[in-house]
Design a protein around this ligand. Structure first.
Ligand SMILES: Nc1ncnc2c1ncn2[C@@H]1O[C@H](COP(=O)(O)OP(=O)(O)OP(=O)(O)O)[C@@H](O)[C@H]1O
Length: 328
């Protein structure tokens, strides 16, 4: 009788320890899943927000959703880069899969632009967003950067020169995509510098953005610019000259809310610097960057490009699929 009782007790204990083991394993798996989810969420936050802003949001778990994050900066560079002939060829027709092929191409371009930001030399450039086919980026958005008013221009505005280098790399990247896909897209870019306010808008879908007159004028430098050129204000031109960039004067441009602004087109780097008119004083030895196409030639080219792009895009096999979009 005692033996039977002991056997029942042992059996019961064995069952209990098995159940306990299963519970423990399940709890362990749940903990693993939760920390994996946490890591993914963290990676996502780092992807959508600049690192220092991500740190701010992930730092305090008790942070209120409604709490506004904002930060003012005195010296920032802002770049707008658009593909003016992109909207010309975008259409939703059967031949281009209701516009999907155009989006594939745009995705390829923007992804290649994003990839440039991975380069260590561009780590201080932050992508703000894309607006249609326009790429918006900024430099100098680093709250830990300490700048003294008497620091030389070369120190204070090194990030602005870097933004110009980045703009030139965007041009090269687009050119390389053009060569692979038999397209002829060109970038129209505008750069400005000055104070801005940065902030994160939205709680569930947070978006980091920058605002201020500096941003408005940068956008105007792009919208009033010329395809293939980088247009800057006189003040930005002056700073960039000390980094060896050369410019040609464009003339007075009517900028909404600002009146007539004297603007300049970037020509290149090296060769002694200075503002000059290329026709009057050709650049000796300096790398020539600006495309000096005449307005009419440019329009014709853009039209021809738009026509051939339709065909080229449809024949293009090197384009990466748009994740999510294709699956949707
Ligand atoms: N954070 C931003 N993101 C994208 N574009 C911006 C941003 N801030 C300003 N801009 C753009 O800068 C341009 C100039 O802005 P501004 O406030 O001078 O004129 P606006 O009256 O708002 O613009 P519009 O005349 O184009 O309607 C606008 O086209 C605006 O879209």
């Amino acid at each position: 009788m005692i033996c039977i009782g002991l056997m029942v007790l042992m059996r019961h204990m064995e069952c209990a320890s098995r159940v306990l083991f299963l519970w423990k394993t399940e709890a362990e798996e749940q903990r693993e899943r939760a920390s994996d989810m946490g890591r993914r969420n963290e990676a996502l936050v780092y992807n959508i927000l600049p690192p220092h802003v991500a740190v701010h949001f992930l730092g305090s778990r008790k942070r209120q959703h409604e709490e506004l994050y904002s930060q003012s900066y005195a010296e920032v560079g802002v770049l707008f880069a658009s593909m003016p002939n992109f909207s010309d060829f975008y259409s939703e027709e059967t031949v281009n899969n209701q516009g999907l092929e155009c989006l594939r191409f745009l995705n390829e371009v923007i992804s290649d632009f994003d990839a440039l930001l991975e380069l260590p030399k561009f780590q201080d450039i932050i992508k703000i967003k894309t607006i249609g086919s326009t790429y918006m980026a900024a430099s100098g958005l680093n709250p830990t950067r300490v700048v003294k008013p008497d620091d030389p221009t070369e120190v204070r505005w090194a990030h602005l020169a870097l933004l110009v280098d980045f703009a030139l790399e965007l041009k090269k990247a687009l050119q390389s995509i053009n060569e692979q896909s038999f397209n002829h897209f060109v970038l129209k870019m505008g750069i400005n510098h000055g104070p801005i306010t940065a902030g994160v808008i939205g709680a569930r879908k947070p978006h980091y953005d920058i605002w201020g007159n500096t941003v408005n004028v940068a956008s105007r430098m792009e919208s009033t610019g010329k395809a293939g050129c980088i247009q800057v204000t006189a003040e930005t031109c002056e700073i960039l000259q000390s980094f060896g960039y050369t410019f040609e004067q464009r003339g007075l441009v009517a900028v909404k809310g600002k009146g007539q602004l004297m603007t300049y087109y970037l020509i290149g780097k090296g060769g002694g610097g200075g503002v000059f008119t290329p026709q009057a004083s050709p650049q000796p030895g300096g790398e020539r960057i600006m495309e000096t196409v005449k307005e009419e030639e440019e329009e014709e080219e853009a039209q021809a490009a738009a026509d051939s792009d339709q065909t080229a895009l449809l024949n293009n096999v090197s384009i990466k699929p748009i994740s999510g979009l294709v699956d949707a």
